[in-house]
Ligand binder design. Structure first.
Ligand SMILES: C[S@@+](CC[C@H](N)C(=O)[O-])C[C@H]1O[C@@H](n2cnc3c(N)ncnc32)[C@H](O)[C@@H]1O
Length: 374
């Protein structure tokens, strides 16, 4: 009898400890040195060699493979839980709300739409919108932004939106969507091209009022890639045309933070997980490239900081779930995930460490707006 009681008590105790651990790692966990250090230790144990993982070269083929494999599968989880698939789609932009953009994708897209028409962001209210707008999105993914923009501008006049992306499957999906929505011809025309934006050669004589990138310019991680994309953008912009970059950036002072080894590791793991080979660009990298490119033909118009708005996405439920999974899943399960679904494993790493990079100030989120001089 007493041994049955002892056994039952032991089982209850083990279950209690397990539940307590799950609750701690999911509900009570906060980004900070404790969780960062625990996740680095655990990942080091699972991946075996963090240095080898972070220094493994990443090429455009890896990027194509990564998005080709995950953006129709893993990103669906975001769609199911948030309704949209990317970080910026849950960002509530302070002055988009004033523009009636609401939340979600419409929020940022209204800002981008107004930037194409107004002389400055803050003077956007009450302007007479320009008619017949031509827009180019660099790294358009599955085309949601382009299709949305065509409908925003469509009520104002003829609109042509072109999306460029390196992933064939994205462009195929986007083209089918445009056809389904009746946006593949006539007054509201949206088209997609599969191309590497850093060596873009297609239709170089075409000019645009707005060129923008939403979470795609972070992939242009070397001076050569930045030069390549900036040169073709500057060429394709109309005088007074705008280049808008909405993205995460490495903080320029990231290397100066004292006692920063773990924080920098969080940044490097985030970059590696997103298939960024070298360092993610800083805002200063883009400003310098812009000043260098086309003899100062592009000038900085706005530098908007949105880190506080972006951070909750990365430190909220997805960060908690990823942290809990990393801490609680059996090592063999994590190793199998890495072996069988390496890009999904990368997404787990990103979910664990991007929030920490924001939390510790080694990464920032924001908008840069450049204008082409007349
Ligand atoms: C995070 S996704 C963002 C997609 C889209 N802008 C959106 O908001 O839904 C980044 C995209 O940039 C694209 N990309 C990255 N490097 C590229 C390159 N060199 N040329 C063209 N597209 C690129 C990727 O294929 C991917 O679709």
């Amino acid at each position: 009898m007493s041994s049955t009681f002892a056994f039952a008590a032991a089982v209850v105790f083990v279950i209690y400890r397990l539940v307590r651990r799950i609750v701690r790692e999911t509900c009570e966990a906060r980004p900070g040195l404790r969780t960062l250090s625990a996740d680095l230790d655990r990942l080091g144990a699972v991946v075996v060699d963090l240095d080898a993982y972070t220094s493994q070269p990443r090429t455009i083929s890896d990027l194509r493979e990564y998005y080709g494999r995950t953006s129709f599968r893993d990103y669906m989880i975001l769609r199911l839980t948030y309704g949209w698939e990317l970080m910026h789609t849950v960002l509530r932009h302070p002055f988009a709300e004033a523009e009636g953009g609401g939340g979600g994708l419409s929020s940022l897209m209204h800002v981008v739409a107004h930037l194409a028409c107004a002389s400055t962001t803050r003077a956007a209210t009450g302007i007479t919108p320009k008619k017949n707008v031509r827009v180019l999105e660099i790294g358009c993914g599955k085309g949601a932004n382009c299709l949305y923009l065509a409908s925003v501008f469509g009520s104002r006049g003829a609109t042509e939106v072109v999306g460029v992306d390196a992933v064939e499957a994205h462009c195929g999906h986007a083209t089918r969507e445009a056809r389904r929505l009746g946006l593949d011809g006539g007054d509201k025309k949206v088209s997609f091209r599969c191309e590497d934006a850093t060596t873009m050669t297609s239709a170089s004589e075409e000019k645009y009022d707005l060129v923008f990138g939403l979470e795609s310019f972070c992939h242009f991680d070397t001076p050569e890639k930045r030069r390549g994309v900036m040169a073709s953008v500057a060429d394709r912009l109309e005088p007074d045309g705008k280049l808008v970059l909405v993205d995460g950036f490495r903080r320029a002072d990231c290397d100066l933070i004292s006692d920063a080894e773990m924080r920098k590791k969080a940044m490097r793991l985030s970059e590696r997980a997103f298939q960024i080979d070298a360092k993610m660009p800083t805002k200063e990298d883009w400003k310098a490239e812009c000043a260098r490119c086309c003899g100062g033909g592009l000038e900085l118009e706005e530098d908007i900081v949105l880190t506080a708005e972006a951070a909750p996405f990365w430190t909220g439920r997805w960060w908690k779930a990823a942290h809990a999974l990393l801490q609680l899943a059996p090592t063999c399960a994590l190793r199998t995930l890495r072996k069988r679904l390496p890009y999904t494993f990368d997404n787990l790493v990103a979910a664990c460490f991007v929030g920490q990079a924001f939390h510790f100030g080694v990464a920032e989120y924001g908008v840069l707006v450049f204008r082409k001089r007349r």
